[in-house]
Design a protein around this ligand. Structure first.
Ligand SMILES: [Zn+2]
Length: 187
């Protein structure tokens, strides 16, 4: 099975000289961000991402994009480096402008103090780069495989699987045990 790297909508029907107000184009599907996109956002995914998008004409050259992207992000537990899947869902809404142009990026994001506006230059728009970015922003910065993950021993053994590898308590070591302070509590 071939891998789908694109999330493309053809907006030609919206770009008639006088688009009817409220006219819209929708689509949905699954895509796997290309290696390039994943690396740009420091992202990994466990399965293709589901996307759905609608572009609606709001008069003149103005459009509005709404939709969502969802799927499993993969990250390493920050203590034991085990891979953890996190379900991520992000919705998006952007004003869009049509500025026909040949060559260059078809879809660009104009960042502004007020609103970020998407500018598209051709009727056929691949939203995969935008969707990947929106998905990456919604992904957690760091993850734990479980709340009480025991992490790795100094020689790299996963202490969740091999608790016997934990260094024996060494009296007199400079690192206090997490329970050391209990000794001071008067019962
Ligand atoms: Zn862990």
């Amino acid at each position: 099975m071939s891998v789908q790297h694109h999330a493309t909508l053809n907006l030609a029907s919206l770009l008639k000289l006088d688009p009817e107000l409220g006219a819209e184009v929708s689509g949905e599907g699954k895509f796997t961000p290309s290696t390039e996109l994943l690396e740009a956002d420091g992202l990994r995914v466990a399965a293709p991402l589901h996307w759905e998008l609608t572009v609606r004409a709001t008069g003149g050259d103005d459009y509005i994009l709404t939709g969502s992207v969802s799927g499993p992000a993969v990250q390493e537990c920050r203590r034991c480096l085990t891979e953890v899947e996190t379900p991520v869902r992000s919705s998006l809404i952007y004003p869009m402008l049509y500025r026909p142009r040949r060559g260059g990026e078809v879809l660009t994001l104009l960042e502004d103090d007020e609103d970020d506006t998407l500018v598209f230059s051709q009727p056929e728009v691949d939203f995969a780069p935008l969707l990947t970015q929106v998905f990456a922003i919604e992904s957690p910065l760091t993850v734990l495989c479980k709340e009480d993950c025991r992490g790795l021993s100094l020689d790299g053994v996963n202490l969740n699987d091999h608790p016997e590898h934990a260094p024996p308590a060494q009296p007199g070591r400079s690192t206090p045990s997490p329970f050391a302070s209990l000794k001071d509590i008067e019962l």
